[in-house]
Design a protein around this ligand. Structure first.
Ligand SMILES: *Cc1c(COP(=O)(O)O)cnc(C)c1O
Length: 400
């Protein structure tokens, strides 16, 4: 008796589920308690530093830990200036304001990103214009974007103009997906040729390097996040990075209500934001920054184990760092072969049922209701990748 087409599909699905769950068992054994996608870890001086804030009363918007974390971030990333913020989204908002984005402008944003990247554009009443990713790094595809701009944009008086909408295209946001550096030198070159300000959303890539240089150093201005799910956390927090002293001064001013220094008067010289990182969060972050090198070591070791475990699994590719880069492996991912995409949700079900917390990647930005009408280029690769990606448990404690 020959199998029906439906039976073939069923058994293909069973096979891929079984193979992937077996690979996970091989790595972690039976999951007695469900493994989370990402857990924070507090193994250093967190209690001491936070207690000091409580003991001294310095819990809020200023304090020595804020200054210290800014120095720590700058020295770790090699960026001249770091300005601590309330979260990564507020950092991105400030980056775009300082990139000169105005209401009505367009900003090139990857469709494959977390919603904050596009939201930050919307906060300025600018328009996200969605761009394609490539399959190696999952970052913006510089070659395709260049061809698209040649068709659809022109430079008039040193400003890139969308030929269809007539709107200025002011900036390009590059994002390092899951911590894997995108082809940032090609994007930097593209941004120069097209008169775009390059902004890096480095929220996921603290500890990731492109040709030895830390991500966030390529854009004119960049954003980090210290949310609870990121490689190190301040509870909630973020930072603006830049090598330009004037932009750094502006970022500090705008994130601290644009208050002028004065002995006691409250004088503000423009509409600023309360985007400060509280000292108590900075204290947590200072302790976390001390752990970052060890977290990175264990994250990379976990990625190496995943790489090996999936090397022998048919139909599955472990997403590894692009050549010439060093990833922080913030979030591990596998990509199913194209013909297995139809089974992605079955695989997710099997993994989660077995206790291995797994998720699909974000819904693409152009598929979200508030962004479905925005301008965009062909996004076929992003759609393919979105249908095939699975994120796997990535806590540093799983690495050895
Ligand atoms: C986490 C994240 C952000 C936002 O950071 P929050 O601190 O949560 O506001 C922005 N962009 C990307 C790509 C992120 O992963």
């Amino acid at each position: 008796m020959t199998k029906s087409a439906a039976q073939e599909v069923r058994s293909q699905s069973d096979n891929v589920q079984t193979a992937i769950v077996a690979a996970m068992r091989g790595l972690f054994g039976e999951a007695k308690q469900p493994l989370a996608l990402h857990e924070p870890e507090f193994a250093g001086r967190e209690w001491d530093f936070v207690k000091e804030c409580l003991d001294t009363g310095w819990v809020s918007s200023v304090g020595s830990y804020v200054d210290r974390i800014e120095r720590d971030i700058a020295s770790f990333t090699g960026c001249k200036h770091a300005i601590a913020t309330s979260n990564g989204t507020s950092a991105l908002h400030i980056c775009l304001l300082l990139a000169g984005v105005d209401a009505g402008d367009e900003v090139l944003v990857p469709t494959l990103t977390f919603v904050a990247t596009a939201n930050a554009v919307s906060y300025i009443r600018a328009v996200p214009h969605f761009v394609e990713c490539e399959a190696v790094s999952l970052g913006v595809d510089a070659g395709k974007l260049d061809a698209y701009l040649r068709e659809n944009a022109q430079i008039v008086n040193d400003v890139c103009i969308n030929r269809h909408t007539g709107a200025p295209i002011k900036a390009l946001v590059a994002m390092h997906v899951f911590g894997h550096p995108c082809d940032i030198e090609a994007l930097d070159d593209l941004a120069r040729r097209w008169k775009l300000v390059l902004v890096e959303d480095a929220a996921e890539s603290l500890g990731s390097y492109y040709r030895g240089r830390h991500t966030g150093n390529f854009g004119r201005i960049s954003a980090l996040s210290f949310n609870g799910n990121k490689i190190v956390t301040t509870g909630g927090g973020g930072a603006v990075l830049t090598n330009d002293p004037e932009l750094a001064r502006r970022a500090k001013h705008l994130t601290t209500t644009a208050r002028l220094s004065d002995r006691w008067n409250f004088v503000h010289d423009e509409v600023g934001y309360n985007y400060r990182m509280p000292n108590i969060n900075a204290a947590l972050g200072c302790a976390q920054m001390e752990l970052l090198p060890d977290m990175l070591r264990r994250k990379r070791s976990l990625a190496g184990r995943y790489q090996q475990a999936f090397a022998g699994v048919d139909g599955v590719r472990f997403l590894s760092e692009p050549a010439g880069t060093s990833s922080n492996y913030w979030l591990n991912a596998i990509v199913l072969d194209e013909d297995l995409a139809v089974h992605r949700d079955d695989v997710l079900g099997a993994l989660n049922d077995a206790g291995y917390g797994s998720r699909p990647v974000w819904t693409l930005m152009h598929k979200l209701p508030m962004y479905s009408g925005c301008p965009r280029m062909g996004l076929g690769v992003a759609e393919q990748m979105q249908a095939r990606l699975i994120n796997l448990p990535s806590s540093a404690r799983l690495g050895v």
